[in-house]
Design a protein around this ligand. Sequence first.
Ligand code: F0G
Length: 458
Amino acid sequence: MRIDGAEAQSNFRCRECGELFEVEYAWSKGAPEADKPVYRPNSLALKHLWQERKSSTMAVDQSGVWRFRDLLPIVAEDRVVTLREGNTPLYEMPRAAANLGLNWLMGKHQGMNPTGSFKDTGMTAALSVAVSRGYTWVACASTGNTSAAMAAYAARAGLRSLVLIPEGKIAWGKLSQSMDYGATTVQLKTDFDGCVKVLSEIVKRAPVYLLNSVNPYRLEGQKTPAFEILEQLEWQVPQHLIVPGGNLANSSALGKGFAEMKHLGFIKKVPKISVIQAEGANPLYRWMQGGGEGQLVPVTADTRASAIRIGNPASWRKAAKVISETGGWVEQVGEREIALAKAEIGAEGIGCEPASAVTLAGLKKLVADGRVAAEETAVLLLTGHTLKDSEYTIQFHRGELLTDEEWAGASVRERAAFAKLQHEPLVLDADVDVVLRALDQSPQPASWPGTPKAGQPA
Ligand code: F0G
């Protein structure tokens, strides 16, 4: 069903079928024929324009989301609320590639956004819509990153914001952000899925604008990292994009971004998009294993990767469509696998939060059974900054993260891999000789394994 954006219900679901809306433009694939001439984006002209904007001093040009505004014309330029999000680095990951036997692996670090996660790219878009529609209150249920981003952008715009988070189940760094940015921060005695339920009633009864990822304008912002990855690879398309799966909106957004690039003639093919879930929060994985038909069955979620501790993902249908259309897979990874992958990403000098590390852990599985081949090119989407959850990192390095139960069944090799990456801080006397001795005894980090074969993906 097609509707005008302003007509959408407060929960962004179709009144008749209950499915989520998606933003469509006159140039979108499958859009109805217009009776008057419409803007048709020109890929050559836009490639130049987007590069040129990088050297402009205007805020909308400096933003790595609004730099692409020609393909997300959702608000007037003077309504844009931006913290100069986006323009995040695409890092080579040569050590992780060498470990996996891959020639080429990169990490798109969305944790390098202003509030430390990919949520900023979506929040600038949807919050700007809230401003242009005249809302004074915005709200979200969150596992921590959405709330941090929403609170920051709401503060910039002078809007009031309501954050619903599961009590005791989000990382401190994220909780501190929403407090610092001045949100009304409410910890509910439930999980993320319970917070979503409460909020869905609140938006029906009060004039607050819902900024969870069911808001289709969020996805318009979150599609732009797809454009950036292509720009950063000089319009060569990586064969695989690996994305963590929680509420399953980000994989959908990136799929939309790549599909638009193909439809508009920027590229000829799209990457296979694979989604990785934590074993304890794996409803999409289960649905796929069960044949991928009918309704998704929610689970009670439990994982230390608290950002993706979600049992009833709202955007699962959109994500399933993207995975099947691009030829990707859904994988699940356990707590041990996540912890090791996170430490490996840290050892690259990059770092990320646990939920982001599922990408590397999942890629290991895809490589192990040949779904990703050595000569293929892959990009991991690193969704959050390592400082978001420093408690997890400290527990890892102190050897206090995993329970004996979780260690059961670990191979000698796996234990050795953990031990090699654990760097507990030393407590020493304030004596020069003692510190110098510690230098002699400290292990040599893995070296950069030759010049990475970057820049020439297929
Ligand atoms: N990675 C991080 C760091 C996240 O914060 C999230 C989601 C995801 C991955 C999963 O993305 O939900 O689009 O599949 N965090 C949400 C939040 C739910 O409230 O911050 P998704």
